[in-house]
Write a protein that binds this ligand. Structure first.
Ligand code: ADP
Length: 512
């Protein structure tokens, strides 16, 4: 009895603690016994005689012989329970216990697993981002190293490119100066002329270098422009030949120029841009060719100019051909100096002229560069400069220029040709002179003290003074030219100006 009470007590404690409930069914699944606390789980219809299939949903389809554990079942009262089916020889006991703690734990575990999965995914994304960032960094590093290498070789190239013609200019001018100063001058007139020609050549070379450098700054801003005008095509090619022949002679290589047109051949094109391209391409051909020849051919047909520059130089590898037009790019192994800008700029100019620069090359055999641009032919010829009407020579010209060397040079060259030139060295004096005297033509610098060339143009415009003014400026920036044109200048000449250009513009102005 004592033992039975104890047993009961323990059972009760256990049942209460674990919130155990149970019911038993016979072989035909009819309820034969059921504990009271089944109701606390919401199993209300489980009474003796009831069919378990009808009143307990998880019993549907089961039989009395199946041993089974259902770990997390939701009871009719919404509690999570765990169910154990324990078959005996004559009946089946179904034990139900509260499983909300396990459910909570399971939910917690699931949550933790989800969070972990999320973390792993985030980690994978971060790793990928890190990988991409480090790849980009590596690429940037390579680009920076390449840029710094190119910059260093560009600077040393530029320095060399400038120093070479400057050395020649300084050396030859000194020779001529010494010869003229010396009492016992033994050099012939011809020697002096040759020396001065070398100075002229080097100056032009220097100018083309400066033009390339300035144009590079304009590449990104689309500032490079071409200005087609009536020009003698044959003169351009002959000039370029004269300029470059001494370079090929110095290297003992042949320089052939084949033109299918005679001088004069008037076409519409930008002469200075065409000259710049030819000098760049021929300069390269001569520079890189150490034996053999360089050939320039030009054909004018149906208003198109076809040009080919070919050489028997070292050629360019296929890999290098792909990079050759990039700014500052130079093949590493040529042993020649340069800026790496010539082809970049030439390509852009040819594009602007309506053509395309094509380069083909065979290693150890040579390189060919071709382009074809529109060059509409004109019947008229340019007035030769010598045929200036005598009345023009009496024309009064005002020169406004604050640089005395340039001013002296222009005054000298115009006076030699019979023009009357007055010189002032600032804008205010120019304006005073124009107010107090009659002038037929004004040649004026922009950057001058007291009053700039722009200020003078604006004053003249405001006062209705229509004396033609040609601006002479060192600025190649398009907006400067546009500003001067807006203020009514007759023409805009870029320094260094050729005296023939000044006279051509002046004659045009005087004819009006
Ligand atoms: P630069 O001549 O000042 O180096 P370019 O832009 O004109 O600059 O040319 C870029 C590079 O292309 C040269 O440094 C040279 O490596 C290669 N190149 C150009 N023209 C020739 C040529 N005719 N033969 C061989 N290599 C050439």
């Amino acid at each position: 009895m004592v033992e039975t009470n104890l047993q009961q007590h323990i059972n009760q404690q256990l049942f209460e603690k674990l919130e155990l409930a149970y019911f038993c069914v016979d072989q035909s699944m009819r309820v034969i016994d059921a504990s009271e606390n089944l109701e606390s789980y919401g199993y209300t219809g489980v009474i003796t005689g009831a069919n378990a299939d009808d009143c307990v949903d998880f019993m549907f389809g089961l039989d009395a012989h199946t041993e089974l554990d259902l770990p997390l079942v939701e009871s009719p009262s919404g509690k999570k329970v765990s169910v154990s089916l324990l078959p005996g020889s004559t009946f089946l006991t179904v034990l139900i216990s509260n499983a909300s703690v396990q459910a909570d734990q399971r939910q917690l575990l699931q949550q933790k697993a989800n969070e972990n999965e999320l973390l792993v995914e985030q980690q994978i994304i971060l790793m990928k981002q890190l990988e991409t960032a480090s790849e980009m960094l590596e690429q940037k590093n390579v680009q920076l190293e390449e840029a710094s290498r190119l910059q260093t070789s560009f600077l040393s190239g530029v320095s060399h490119e400038f120093r070479t013609p400057l050395t020649s200019i300084m050396g030859y001018t000194n020779l001529v100066k010494q010869a003229l100063e010396s009492a016992s001058d033994e050099s012939s007139e011809n020697d002096k002329v040759q020396h001065l020609r070398a100075v002229q050549r080097s100056s032009k070379h220097l100018l083309s270098l400066v033009e390339n450098l300035l144009d590079h700054g304009k590449l990104d801003s689309d500032e490079i422009v071409v200005r087609p005008k009536a020009t003698d095509l044959a003169e351009i090619f002959n000039d370029v030949k004269l300029l470059l022949k001494p370079l090929s002679d110095a290297k003992h290589i042949d320089f052939f120029v084949e033109l299918d047109f005679e001088q004069p051949m008037m076409v519409v094109t930008d002469d200075s841009r065409l000259r710049q391209c030819l000098i760049n391409l021929l300069g390269n051909a001569i520079k890189f060719t150490d034996s053999g020849s360089v050939r320039l051919t030009a054909v004018l047909s149906n208003d198109f100019l076809k040009v080919e520059v070919s050489d028997t130089g070292p050629g360019i590898s296929e890999e290098n051909l792909a990079k050759i037009k990039l700014p500052f790019w130079q093949a590493a192994d040529t042993g020649k100096t340069g800026t790496g800008l010539g082809l970049t700029i030439t390509e852009r100019i040819i594009e602007l002229m309506g053509g395309e620069l094509e380069i083909s090359s065979v290693l150890s055999s040579g390189t060919q560069v071709n382009f074809e641009i529109p060059a509409p032919q004109l019947n008229a010829t340019l007035e030769p400069i010598a045929a200036v009407a005598p009345s023009f020579k009496q024309a009064k010209i005002l020169l406004a220029e604050d640089d005395y060397d340039i001013a002296d040079l222009i005054v000298m060259m115009l006076s030699e040709r019979g023009y009357q030139v007055s010189h002032v060295d600032n804008g205010e004096l120019a304006l005073n002179a124009l107010e107090s005297q009659e002038f037929d033509f004004v040649l004026m610098d922009i950057h001058m003290p007291i009053m700039t060339g722009y200020d003078v143009l604006a004053e003249l415009q405001a006062k209705g003074n229509t004396t033609p003014v040609a601006i002479m400026s060192a600025s190649t920036v398009e907006s400067d030219r546009a500003k001067a044109e807006q203020l009514g200048c007759f023409d805009y000449l870029i320094k260094p100006v050729e005296i023939d250009d000044v006279i051509r513009v002046m004659n045009l102005a005087l004819e009006q």
